[in-house]
Design a protein around this ligand. Structure first.
Ligand SMILES: [Zn+2]
Length: 240
């Protein structure tokens, strides 16, 4: 078992009755762990866990309680992810635009694997804050190692060979099949790229700009990447 340091925050409430934990939402912040916890406290927000760049894991809220981390959000049939999820914040100096530290990722994978096992969390529900709030959030950023996580049994990645098994060609329908809220198609498309096609997402030296404009308003996934979208839709619908 990995070591955990407890710093409890009072910003949580009860999950709705009969709600089960069935998702993990991953976040990042530019602050190191302890300053991040202080900031959350000032903002009356929380997450269940915070992981520092050195891999130290802090727990702020008991897992069974509803922490305040995802805000207005949707993924698949889950509206308001705070009801259903465990929220994990990672420290990273550039909002996930630079490589995450190896020890930090190792700690995050240990924690996630343990949560997945204990709550039997479906692979399709291991998501980014940007996946569940595509109009508002860019975290945990383009350098978050989703494929490595999937290779270690946490979340899903795609096999491009599966693209030809999918007949659907409508990008919005495919995004919906994966789990995105597509009421804003540009935002959903860009969030998809943050997770699965990070090479299409612009980097931003000024992190405040990244937060101020989360997606280019006219963004559309280029047609040449349609096979990636189809292969992802296959992976996510097959996992149901
Ligand atoms: Zn977040």
């Amino acid at each position: 078992m990995y070591p955990i340091t407890y710093i409890s925050l009072p910003y949580w409430n009860e999950r709705p009755k009969k709600t089960i934990i069935k998702s993990v939402v991953l976040h990042c912040s530019t602050h190191e762990a302890v300053p991040m916890i202080k900031l959350l406290k000032r903002l009356h927000l929380s997450a269940h866990f915070v992981i520092g760049t050195d891999g130290r894991i802090f727990q702020l809220v008991p897992e069974e309680k509803r922490a305040f981390h995802a805000g207005v959000s949707r993924w698949r049939n889950m509206y308001n992810l705070n009801h259903y999820s465990i929220g994990i914040e990672l420290s990273t100096p550039k909002m996930g635009q630079t490589a995450y530290h190896e020890t930090q990722i190792k700690a995050a994978m240990q924690l996630c694997r343990d949560l997945v096992r204990r709550y039997d969390i479906p692979s399709a529900n291991i998501v980014a804050h940007s996946d569940v709030a595509p109009t508002r959030k860019p975290d945990p950023g383009i350098m978050f190692p989703w494929k490595k996580f999937a290779d270690n049994g946490i979340g899903l990645w795609y096999d491009i060979a599966d693209a030809e098994k999918v007949l659907e060609n409508d990008k919005a329908v495919l995004l919906e099949q994966i789990g995105y809220d597509t009421r804003n198609p540009a935002a959903a498309s860009y969030a998809f790229c943050r997770h699965f096609l990070p090479q299409l997402v612009a980097t931003e030296d000024d992190v405040t700009k990244l937060i101020a404009q989360v997606y280019p308003p006219d963004f559309n996934i280029p047609d040449e990447y349609l096979p990636v979208l189809k292969a992802c839709a296959y992976a996510f619908t097959k996992s149901d």
